[in-house]
Design a protein around this ligand. Structure first.
Ligand code: NCD
Ligand code: ZN
Length: 349
């Protein structure tokens, strides 16, 4: 008998679904694995208004295959700009479908050009979020070109996040896709209003993966992978049972041709095997008893959502990840392409 685990069906608290035919290609992977997902608003035209978020939500629901329609709920977000108004925040809250507002420092990552140039421009809007209990989701990197790429998260915490937490003591904040021991330590010691998502790829790989016998664009994401010491700190945080840490894949599809080029895009696709990749880490850390809290409980509690009612079964069963996955009219290269994943997840109604 192979080893079997049953957990509450997981949620993904950080996901890029893209749009149109590309969304059609990747959405079934997330909808198979997750009951709900916080959908990132960094489309080519950023999702900056409630109206745009509701239209995007409708496109996601329409794109869901019939057999998954009842299994997946997109949790929408707004893209914060220097010009987002407090009124827009009230609309967002009142519509009932928007669960967070995403702060991209302008220029920090894919489709972030319309992001915030200085957080001071957003104070009135952040006050409205605090008053309306709408969480702020943060891409936590400074964009100052003088700052070393590998230090951008740590400097962001010191310069922006720490003062922000003090200024807005009731604002719920998620530091997204944390990559450093500094971030894990900051979140651990911060007030309960502050939480963090952790990706599967930052738990599995350190920065050596990007340079293994040559340049490996499929391991390039933002924030970039860090040294082994940081990866170990993330594993410790994820498997600690601390309710401040929860699953957010940051699965970020790009076409193979946009990754394998002289100036490749940032982003790693993991939606095809996300829950299994996390399970591998928890098994290696001897912490399978902490898996369910991380994948299926802590995030829902932080976002004030009910617990999922269905169950996911995980079997210790090796399977090989395909070399490529079709992505609209092109292909994408998933994480672990051509390699073995050691667990297999199935949902049970
Ligand atoms: C994301 C994307 O491609 O949209 N890329 C990434 O490397 N994670 C954007 C982001 O979350 O930074
Ligand atoms: Zn992301």
């Amino acid at each position: 008998m192979s080893q079997t685990l049953r957990i509450i069906r997981p949620d993904d608290f950080h996901l890029h679904l893209r749009d149109d035919a590309q969304m059609q290609s990747v959405l079934p992977f997330s909808a198979t694995q997750f009951a709900r997902a916080i959908v990132m608003p960094n489309l080519k035209t950023p999702v900056t208004t409630t109206t745009m978020a509701l239209a995007y939500r409708q496109r996601i629901l329409t794109a869901l295959p019939d057999k998954l329609k009842k299994d997946f709920e997109p949790l929408m977000t707004l893209y914060l700009t220097d010009n987002t108004t407090p009124d827009e925040i009230k609309h967002a809250k009142n519509c009932g479908f928007i669960h967070g507002v995403k702060l991209y420092p302008a220029g920090a990552t894919t489709h972030s050009d319309a992001g915030v140039t200085d957080i001071k421009h957003c104070y009135a809007t952040l006050e409205a979020m605090e008053a309306n209990s709408l969480p702020l989701l943060i891409h936590g990197e400074v964009t100052d070109p003088d700052i070393d790429l590998f230090d951008r998260e740590k400097i962001f915490i010191d310069r922006v996040l720490e003062p922000l937490v003090r200024r807005f003591p009731k604002l719920r904040i998620v530091l997204e896709h944390i990559t450093t021991e500094d971030a894990a330590a900051f979140v651990t010691s911060a007030p309960d209003t502050v939480a963090a998502t952790i990706t599967a790829h930052h738990l599995h790989y350190n920065r050596n993966a990007i340079f293994q016998n040559g340049i490996r664009p499929h391991y390039y994401c933002l924030p970039v992978l860090k040294r082994e010491r940081h990866r170990q700190a993330l594993i410790k945080a994820a498997t600690s049972g601390n309710a401040k840490f929860f699953l957010g894949t940051d699965s970020a599809p790009h076409t193979q041709s946009m990754k394998e080029t002289a100036c490749g895009c940032a982003g790693i696709f993991t939606a095809h095997a996300a829950v299994e990749l996390y399970t591998e880490i928890f098994e290696q850390a001897n912490a399978l008893d902490k898996l369910e809290a991380f994948t299926s409980i802590n995030g829902a509690v932080f976002y004030q959502l009910p617990r999922n009612k269905t169950v996911t079964t995980l079997r210790k069963e090796p399977w090989r990840v395909p070399e490529t996955i079709s992505y609209a009219s092109e292909t994408l290269v998933p994480l672990r392409a051509g390699e073995i994943v050691h667990w297999k997840a199935t949902s049970t109604p």
